[in-house]
Ligand binder design. Sequence first.
Ligand SMILES: [Zn+2]
Length: 208
Amino acid sequence: MCSKDVSAVASPIEIVETTVNTAQSLYTGVSLRLADIGYLLKQIAEISKHPPFDCTFSDMYPIHEYKMGLKTKISFVCKMCNIERTIHLIEETDGEMDINSVLALATVSTGSGYSTINEMLSVLNVPFMSNSTYQQHHENVADIIEETAWKVVEEAGQEEARIAQELGEVDESGIPMITVVADGVWSKRSYFVNYNASSGIVGLYNWC
Ligand SMILES: [Zn+2]
């Protein structure tokens, strides 16, 4: 018989760990995970033919899974020499968004939200994360989107200023003059009472 211990920690990032003490029951039925296939195969090759008995990967079985959102690492133990090794399904790279934040960005970019992506992954039988954990990644992504948007706006402004100077379109102080067209809109909702929406959009375009 095997024993299974499942624990979940909600703060700061939800972590789910599953452990078994035999070769049988860590995975039963369909157990889909997100993996970088090349990175996964490289790690499997590295732990195959391991000393001291040149055991292969087929001699190893999973005993522990550590899930943090879509990030997963699995520990294997060798039934021949009892050595234990851990494989990451997706490589951790410094300075890049992790897969959970990338998923939050994809969700925002497609105009959907937690419920939609949670439902989709549930149908696929891929374990996901709690709403509170998702919201933490969502906030991180929102900061990155804002920083990137400001950077793009500043770069566009510098480019327009350079073009204006080349064309001699400057004021008496030498400050570049850029002709722009602006427009904005927000909805006026009135389902039950007459009130305005709390957000809208504004566009500012260079006029050449
Ligand atoms: Zn071994």
